[in-house]
Write a protein that binds this ligand. Structure first.
Ligand SMILES: O=C(O)CCC(=O)C(=O)O
Ligand SMILES: [Fe+2]
Length: 280
């Protein structure tokens, strides 16, 4: 399996890109409109935040899910026993954000959200009619005025050598939401699972943008767009001494959106957060 790298400016970009999403659950864009200088500034500034002590003043709220998630309470991927080796901060425009990091974070949130909405409209336009018939409302409508779209700043600390046997920076998982957009991280490690079970590196040259389908869109599209398992593997050699920073935006529908006969977005999210161990 090879995840397609598509030029955002190409005339057939939407077609190529959505085909990759249909076939693999993943797509990669180059020449996209997210400013790389802003991404790099956010990586650098937040690395400073994670290296400092004030992060503990922002301990996450289980109720609202905003704030800082330490390595101790970090997610345990669905079906796994070990916690991931990561810490992260959840940014919502209405949530708590460190004052000195706020302006850049909100600017990025807005630009990334706008691009994600455009990519979702590509997905919608390239859904076969017999599948699209079952969307309860247009996909582009599902995200309008959503308070739940979430920007996560992730920091995977350098490895100490004392990590529990078998634990990974991020164990295999599918994302919960509709669509995720993720600028390439500052270090490698992201892999996607092929249909034969093998793990394949996702093209992640610095500056590329990685997009993947989440479980909610898989549910709403009856599997036409698959939410593919992915993971972040542990580095070896020199790489093990370095932090890895990444910045996924998880595009979420409004919570009253009906995804399928089985689920509203609200019920789906609650169930998944309980499974991850970050909600009671
Ligand atoms: O850090 C990465 O590259 C991927 C992160 C991820 O898959 C997630 O947080 O859901
Ligand atoms: Fe993920």
């Amino acid at each position: 399996m090879q995840v397609r790298v598509v030029d955002y400016r190409a005339a057939d970009a939407a077609e190529q890109f959505t085909r990759s999403l249909h076939e693999t659950g993943f797509g990669v864009l180059v020449n996209h409109p997210l400013p790389q200088s802003l991404v790099e500034k956010i990586y650098g500034d937040w690395l400073g935040f994670f290296n400092g002590g004030s992060k503990h003043d922002f301990a996450y709220s289980p109720e609202t899910q905003d704030g800082y998630f330490s390595t101790e309470i970090s997610e345990t991927a669905k079906g796994h026993q070990q916690k991931d080796i990561k810490e992260y901060f959840h940014i919502y425009p209405w949530g708590r954000i460190p004052e000195s990091l706020k302006a850049d974070a909100l600017r990025y949130y807005e630009i990334a959200n706008e691009l994600a909405a455009e990519l979702l409209s590509w997905v919608e336009r390239h859904t076969p009619a017999d599948i699209a018939r079952n969307y309860r409302e247009p996909l582009s409508h599902m995200i309008k005025d959503s308070r739940l779209t979430l920007l996560r700043v992730l920091r995977y600390p350098p490895l100490t050598g004392n990590e529990p046997e078998g634990s990974l920076r991020a164990a295999p998982h599918g994302d919960i939401n509709l669509l995720t957009i993720l600028p390439a991280a500052n270090e490698p490690g992201l892999q996607v699972q092929a249909k034969d079970g093998s793990w394949v590196d996702v093209p992640s040259d610095f500056g590329m943008l990685i997009i993947n389908i989440g479980d909610m869109l898989q549910e709403a599209s009856q599997g036409y767009y698959p939410s593919t398992q992915h993971r972040v593997v542990n580095p070896t050699g020199e790489g093990a001494k370095k932090s890895r920073v990444s910045l996924p935006l998880f595009l979420h529908p409004r919570e009253d959106v009906v995804l399928s006969d089985r689920y509203t977005a609200h019920d789906y999210l609650e169930e998944r957060l309980r499974e991850l161990g970050v909600k009671k």
